[in-house]
Write a protein that binds this ligand. Structure first.
Ligand code: NAD
Ligand code: TDX
Length: 347
């Protein structure tokens, strides 16, 4: 295995989002001396408040900029030991709406711009492409795709992420860039934008609002606590091999349906099951099941710590105790998307 030295400088893209901000908080906790540059455009999903206690640090710098913008990216890669690329359009339901070109633009072209700058200006750095298990598409039970599985993405979101993975791996093979790709399952935890199922259902339950459960709720997602994901990413950066792909997932046993996770949320919030509103047709091409084989990342020594029941309970507690964080989001531009998508007001 390759073993990289502790980085002195890390360029993170999308560090004001849900997972990128967790990664920055974790990196800072591990090494207060590391220099962190966060390139984030602050789209609707970005929020500097996801980085409490970090934004004032002299060893942290946020650059409000676009990964698609060559000059911006060129000005930042020069001193990075690690480049960790989270920035993306990340919500499947937005990718199936009209005017979803930003998914291709940011997720595919943005990845190309970043890698091309790395190739030219910082070829010695380690580059980690943050990918998703959704690139394998709908996976029939009991199959568990390993990293060599055929890609068969269903949504414009997952297709754009598959394109990004291909670009990244092509830069490893063609240009010898030290690229690795991670492919993680669904994350949950603090600071997740409340358009995604778990924070949406928790915050609606806390406000006694309808819980829009799609297509009967029988779908399977392999929910992983965001801290467990970020631990895996640090391990890949430290010990992963150039040009390799690493699946990351909880491998829930038994696998949990969306309805079962919803029931956990109802129990933890004390909300009534009558809030569940069955909705159909809101997710065209809805994948039934995601799952991944994780032997490769486990062989590096990673294992998820959080149990789903305990993880949901502590996540519910976080949203209950941090109303100000999500109420500010839900009172803003969020309302437009919610009304257009769900056909009802957000409150
Ligand atoms: P998020 O939507 O919460 O955050 C995305 C961040 O990227 C935001 O801060 C946004 O401002 C920034 N951004 C968007 N476009 C940009 C651009 N053009 N230039 C610079 N910054 C830009 O997303 P997330 O849930 O934290 O996901 C992060 C990454 O992890 C994504 O690449 C996503 O595909 C991947 N991923 C997510 C999950 C999940 O469950 N959320 C699972 C596996 C992989
Ligand atoms: O209102 C809803 N009702 C509902 O039943 C929403 C928003 C979702 N769902 C269902 C659809 C899915 O089966 O919940 C499941 C999870 O949906 P999301 O939270 O939107 O996540 P998903 O589409 O699975 O994708 C997420 O995990 C993989 C992230 O958004 C991606 O960025 C990541 O790559």
């Amino acid at each position: 295995m390759e073993k990289s030295l502790a980085p002195r400088s890390v360029l993170v893209t999308g560090g004001c989002g849900f997972i990128g901000s967790c990664f920055i908080r974790m990196l800072r906790d591990r090494d207060p001396e590391v220099e962190i540059v966060n390139l984030d455009l602050l789209t609707y999903a970005g929020n500097p408040e996801n980085l409490p206690g970090i934004t004032d640090s002299p060893r942290y710098r946020w650059v409000r900029g676009d990964v698609r913008h060559e000059e911006t990216v060129e000005s930042l890669v020069g001193s990075a030991d690690w480049v960790v690329h989270f920035a993306a359009e990340s919500h499947v339901d937005r990718s199936t709406a009209a005017k979803a070109g930003a998914f291709v633009d940011t997720n595919v072209y943005g990845t190309f711009v970043l890698l091309d700058a790395v190739r030219r200006l910082r070829p010695e750095c380690r580059y980690l492409q943050i990918g998703t298990d959704e690139v394998y598409g709908d996976v029939a039970f009991p199959q568990m795709p390993d990293e060599g599985w055929m890609l068969d993405p269903s949504s414009p979101y997952s297709a754009s992420k598959a394109g990004a993975d291909h670009i990244a791996l092509a830069f490893a093979r063609t240009h010898g860039v030290d690229v690795m790709v991670s492919r993680c399952t669904n994350n949950y935890g603090a600071y997740q934008y409340p358009e995604k199922m778990i924070p949406l259902f928790i915050t609606n339950a806390l406000d006694s609002l309808p819980i829009p459960l799609y297509d009967g709720g029988g779908q399977i997602r392999d929910w992983l606590r965001v801290e467990d994901h970020c631990e895996a990413l640090l391990l890949i950066l430290e010990e992963g091999r150039p040009g390799e792909i690493y699946n990351v997932g909880a491998n829930q046993e038994p696998e949990r349906t969306n309805l079962e996770v919803t029931e956990m949320i109802l129990e933890c919030t004390g909300a009534s099951a009558s809030l569940i509103e069955h909705r159909h047709g809101l997710r065209p091409g809805h994948d039934q099941r995601y799952a991944v084989a994780t032997e490769k990342i486990r062989a590096l020594g990673w294992t998820p710590r959080a149990d789903i029941q305990e993880g949901i309970a502590s996540t519910v507690r976080w949203y209950a105790e941090n109303r100000g964080w999500w109420e500010a989001i839900k009172s803003g531009a969020y309302r437009e998307f919610y009304e257009a998508h769900y056909g009802r007001p957000a409150s």
